[in-house]
Design a protein around this ligand. Structure first.
Ligand SMILES: Nc1ncnc2c1ncn2[C@@H]1O[C@H](COP(=O)(O)OP(=O)(O)OP(=O)(O)O)[C@@H](O)[C@H]1O
Ligand SMILES: [Mg+2]
Length: 730
């Protein structure tokens, strides 16, 4: 016998406790606990009950199983095994987390004619009353508190009752709660079986509030409001990083496309569903808050015919976090796609793209290489677990899934290879390191010149041109061309800037191609009236140990979103009540207009001061901070740390965040140098040269035109060959 068999036998022998509710058969007993094993029969259990409760042995009894309150009673045959029935109940019922009435066994008396004796309502009420008294005396657990699925119906609405209600619902795996027409979702961090087709059907064309709150209900309301009012709709999602915005967006899009499939399916649904994983692979990364954090904002607009059939869709992206490509904070990762590629590429791809292991790339290994001591003599790395894999992640599978999704959005195998080759080029580019040529001057050289041919092969640019662009700056003054060597720090910035620009151009190109695939030719027809539903999913509010320009931009975007919410929920709603003559006491709410003005109002908003200092050659981090101080010292929404720290603190709607001023100017003016643009546009690879520095729409049109001419030429050649064959034969 092997260990598994032993394990199984142990499980079979486990003793369970069945709670049997005898009702009126045994007055005064609420339930009787009966020990039983998996194979104990209903007849055996009833025998034990008769003995325990001293019941009349001349009578005939049966066990009835009740599933869910008010549900039917299922009579067990004498040979049925109650424990096995109980094992099929939901986990919550087994842990007695549901109230006793939801799932239970009842003892019933069988009449002489074989029918079941259910007893009178009066006696059932008596038992219930008895139960209530026992609970009052503390002999039985208190029943679960009643919860409200709409916070507006709370009898006493304050922060405590509101949170208690949400907590109480969450404990029962009810993650959704309404506040009028707003839906609050609490991230369960586990899969709940509430998103299957049964739920899609259930929430189709239903009235908000009739069923348990659900994200599908929100999608459904937007869909039907769009059709009935013939007006475009928008669903705005807000929450801090990791709260579930992207997941909710995916559920919404899933439901919005599922709803329209009642008409004919245009195939666009498939592309919409494929677009999600592609965008997430290239635009999401593991952060300290979220293993799949969106590092860009997106607005997905699903377009419909007036009949409600999906026509097409459109994705708009905002602010990809480029700095992540070259540096990640401790315990964070670069964009997912790099890890997918390195884990999932075939042997052939590995050699074609010169792939290495993640730990061999500077852009991926900075987080794991945390030096313990700074002295060169005993420079060693701490033995923390690596950050290349995330618990529960299967990178190979993710790579396959990505390939499939790319196929769904129409990326041909050749395009996919070009993309992967470019990703490899970016990683190798990051490995280029510099050293000073001599101690006497500042001129620099590349320490590892063997990387250059690899990058030049992958980018299909001349090696010498690549070398020159990485170590020297070319400037043209009046009639004169100057070539100046970069200083060490400048060269590193140029290398990183080239990598960031390549990745960001690739991301733009991907979004553009997805949009092209999502665009339906019917969208373009003048006479088809289209309606749309937009879903906004931006990066959530962030407050890390070190916050920089990226967090500043992300939090500003969230501040604007909060303002939008305030406008709609408080201001406009109250104005509407006033206009309708409804008596109403204005509700005080925290208006964040002042914070938004501090950041963006012309001419002294922080962003404008930053632009000024970014264009001023003599500016430093300190001059920028001094400017902030000088203009806004009196503003209560900004503070400056008491200790001489190069930072400032903003009082956001979601809390105070401290931003380090370092790199603000550089990141604000992070664009590609003209000589790098010239280098990449000289690439023999049309995919790379076309992607850089010009409008992707133009690139695409040019590609279509080229394909058209190629097709015409091929057609002509085929015609010529055909004539030659014919005349040859003759
Ligand atoms: N309804 C849900 N059911 C199950 N798991 C969920 C649900 N919502 C979120 N999660 C889990 O939480 C994780 C984080 O959610 P998500 O990526 O949507 O957060 P986010 O708000 O978009 O964060 P960020 O602002 O960082 O992009 C998901 O990867 C998923 O595991
Ligand atoms: Mg997200």
């Amino acid at each position: 016998m092997n260990i598994n068999d032993g394990g199984r036998r142990r499980f079979e022998d486990n003793e369970h406790t069945l709670r049997i509710y005898p009702g009126t058969i045994s007055e005064g007993t609420i339930y009787c606990p009966i020990p039983a094993r998996k194979n104990s029969t209903a007849a055996e259990v009833i025998d034990s009950l008769i003995n325990r409760l001293h019941l009349d042995k001349t009578k005939c009894y049966v066990l009835a199983e009740v599933k869910e309150f008010g549900g039917e009673e299922w009579i067990l045959n004498p040979t049925d095994c109650p424990v096995q029935r109980m094992m099929l109940w939901p986990r919550m019922a087994l842990e007695n987390r549901l109230s006793g009435e939801d799932y239970r066994f009842l003892l019933r008396e069988k009449n002489l004619d074989g029918s079941i004796h259910y007893g009178s309502l009066q006696s059932w009420l008596r038992v219930t009353e008895e139960r209530r008294r026992m609970m009052e005396r503390g002999f039985l657990p208190q029943p679960q508190q009643k919860d409200f699925d709409d916070l507006c119906s709370l009898p006493d609405l304050n922060e405590k009752t509101l949170l208690e209600n949400l907590r109480n619902r969450f404990k029962h795996e009810k993650i959704y709660t309404y506040v009028g027409s707003i839906l609050i979702a609490i991230n369960p961090f586990k899969f709940l079986p509430i998103y299957n087709p049964k739920y899609v059907k259930m929430y189709d064309n239903h009235q908000l509030g009739k069923l348990e709150p659900h994200i599908y209900a929100v999608a459904d309301v937007a869909y039907h409001a769009m059709l009935q009012r013939k007006r475009n709709q928008c669903i705005v999602i807000s929450g801090e990083s990791g709260s579930g915005k992207t997941q909710s967006t995916n559920f919404l899009i899933h439901h919005l496309t599922a709803l329209s499939q009642k008409g004919f399916a245009s195939g666009v649904e498939q592309i919409i569903l494929g677009a999600g994983p592609v965008l997430e692979a290239f635009g999401n990364a593991k952060t300290a808050h979220n293993n799949n954090s969106s590092r860009f904002g997106k607005f997905i607009q699903v377009n419909y015919q007036e009949t409600g059939t999906v026509l097409g869709a459109y994705v708009e992206k905002y602010l990809l976090e480029k700095s992540r490509l070259v540096y990640q904070e401790h315990n964070e990762r670069n964009y997912h796609v790099f890890y997918y590629l390195l884990a999932g590429a075939s042997e052939e791809e590995r050699s074609a793209f010169h792939l290495k292991q993640p730990e061999e790339y500077h852009y991926l290994n900075q987080i794991t290489k945390k030096p313990l001591r700074q002295s060169w003599d005993d420079y060693c790395y701490d033995s923390e677990p690596d950050c290349f894999t995330v618990e529960g992640e299967d990178l190979r599978h993710d790579f396959e899934r990505l390939q499939l999704a790319m196929e769904m959005v129409g990326f041909l195998p050749k395009t996919r290879r070009q993309i992967f080759s470019l990703l490899s080029a970016i990683l190798h580019l990051g490995n280029i390191c510099y050293k000073k040529k001599t101690y006497r001057d500042d001129s620099i050289d590349i320490c590892n010149p063997e990387v250059l041919p690899v990058v030049s092969e992958l980018l299909e640019v001349k090696e010498e041109m690549l070398f020159e662009a990485l170590v020297t700056r070319k400037t043209v003054t009046v009639g004169e061309k100057l070539i100046l060597p970069y200083k060490l720090a400048e060269a590193v910035t140029v290398r990183n800037s080239m990598a960031k620009s390549l990745y960001s151009a690739l991301f733009d190109w991907i979004v553009f191609r997805i949009n092209h695939a999502l665009m339906n030719s019917k969208d373009l027809e003048q006479n088809t009236k289209t309606l749309s539903i937009g879903v906004l999913d931006i990066f959530g509010f962030e407050d890390y140990e070190n916050n920089s320009f990226e967090q500043f931009c992300i939090n500003f975007a969230n501040e604007r979103l909060q303002h939008y919410f305030n406008q709609h929920i408080f201001k406009l709603e109250q104005e509407e009540y006033r206009a309708e003559g409804i008596s109403w006491h204005n509700i005080d709410y925290i208006d964040n207009t002042c914070c938004i003005n501090l950041i963006s109002k012309k001419p002294t908003g922080l962003l404008h001061l930053l632009d000024e200092e970014s264009n001023f050659p003599q500016a430093t981090n300190q001059t920028l901070l001094d400017k902030f101080k000088h203009q806004h010292e009196e503003n209560s929404y900004i503070e400056f740390p008491a200790v001489m720290e190069p930072a400032f603190i903003i009082k956001h709607y979601a809390g105070k965040v401290k931003y380090g001023i370092k790199d603000f100017r550089e990141k604000n003016t992070d664009h590609m140098r003209p000589d790098i643009v010239a280098l990449l546009r000289s690439s023999k690879n049309a995919f790379i040269s076309g992607m850089i520095g010009i409008d992707p729409v133009a690139v695409f049109r040019w590609a279509v035109l080229r394909a058209f001419f190629r097709a015409v030429i091929a057609f002509r050649e085929a015609g010529k060959r055909h004539i030659q064959r014919k005349t040859g034969k003759q």
